[in-house]
Design a protein around this ligand. Structure first.
Ligand SMILES: Cc1cc2nc3c(=O)[nH]c(=O)nc-3n(C[C@H](O)[C@H](O)[C@H](O)COP(=O)(O)OP(=O)(O)OC[C@H]3O[C@@H](n4cnc5c(N)ncnc54)[C@H](O)[C@@H]3O)c2cc1C
Length: 310
């Protein structure tokens, strides 16, 4: 069985691409490790048209249902680990050794959480260090926690944690935030959130579990302080995972896949959409990922039509 298209990734970009692929009657398969993608971690999504306020998980349940209702085949919890091109056909292998073939592939693999890069970060993972407030907040009921970051993810994580934790320290490297003004206002007005500006986490400390962190003042490295807390949520943005991309020799820009306005990459038959690309002015959001997914399916359909042998 050779699919017209295999979409790698089941987030907003991949699922939208599937919806359009079904409408174009393209024989396709979606393979995605995390059903719904990164946005399922968002407690509140308030900027997706048609949904005033919805959790990321609920939003993506709707996407998945829509894609499936139109006949989209979705294989979840499977990771593609290898891609090879042989005679214009792509061979894909999953971690559980399943293989699939396709004429075209769409890379919609999104991004992964950026790490602080501290030595002890992995040691405390699941023992105080976390990357997803929506997933792990419940483990910190009535406890003191910290959130590191200065963008929307950090702001919304702090607000969500403030609903369950005793106190939340929001630790920013600079002296301001670069997120939506609505979130910044809410954070500043929340009595449970204390903002610590101009600070970077320099050490994670504790016996078995995280018990405290060391902070360095970003304006004066000699100013060091300690903060007792039970949990630290690292919300410093995301970055692309280049392992698969390197296998295909794709042209990258700082790890992101370079695509043209049709979502085409430098390799024939390989397309990319969503957070993993350089398109949409690097404004990495659900709506822009959906848009790129739709454009990609349209382009792949046009490409298949042009190359159809009479
Ligand atoms: C906490 C948080 C809050 C956010 N809030 C908002 C918001 O309010 N509004 C908004 O518009 N955006 C928000 N975003 C951004 C939004 O989540 C992303 O822009 C969006 O999810 C990108 O969609 P995507 O489909 O490109 O990638 P992703 O959603 O990252 O999906 C990638 C998919 O690819 C899969 N995958 C990756 N590698 C492989 C592989 N090798 N094999 C198989 N599958 C693979 C993943 O498992 C996943 O299914 C938020 C992000 C975070 C982290």
């Amino acid at each position: 069985m050779i699919y017209d298209l295999i979409i790698i990734g089941a987030g907003p970009a991949g699922l939208t691409a599937s919806i359009y692929a079904s409408r174009y009657k393209m024989n396709h398969l979606v393979i995605g490790e995390i059903p719904g993608g990164l946005i399922t971690e968002a407690h509140n999504v308030c900027n997706f048209p048609g949904e005033n306020e919805i959790s990321g998980f609920e939003l993506m349940e709707k996407f998945q249902k829509h894609a499936k209702d139109l006949g989209g085949e979705i294989l979840s919890m499977e990771k593609i680990i290898k891609i090879e091109k042989d005679n214009e056909i792509f061979q894909l292998m999953t971690q559980s050794q399943k293989t699939f073939s396709a004429k075209n592939i769409l890379i919609a693999t999104g991004t992964k959480h950026r790490k602080l890069g501290l030595e002890e970060e992995i040691k405390y993972l699941g023992k105080g260090v976390a990357y997803c407030a929506t997933c792990d907040a419940m483990f910190f009921k009535e406890k003191i926690v910290g959130v590191v970051g200065g963008g929307n993810s950090a702001l919304t994580a702090a607000l969500y944690l403030a609903e369950v934790a005793q106190k939340v320290y929001l630790i920013a490297r600079g002296d301001s935030f670069n997120g939506e003004v609505v979130w910044i206002d809410q954070v500043k007005n929340n009595p449970k959130i204390e903002i610590i500006y101009n600070s970077a986490v320099s050490k994670l400390q504790g016996e078995e579990k995280l018990e405290s962190i060391e902070l360095k003042n970003t304006k004066d490295e000699n100013k060091i302080s300690n903060l007792d807390l039970a949990g630290l949520f690292i919300e410093i943005g995301t970055e692309p995972d280049v392992v698969l991309l390197d296998q295909l020799s794709l042209e990258l820009d700082r790890g992101y896949v370079v695509v043209d306005r049709e979502q085409k990459t430098n390799i024939s038959g390989v397309w990319a959409a969503g957070d993993i690309t350089t398109n949409s002015a690097s404004f990495r959001q659900v709506i822009t990922s959906c848009s790129e997914g739709a454009v990609a399916s349209y382009s792949i359909f046009s490409h298949l039509q042009k190359n159809r042998k009479c």
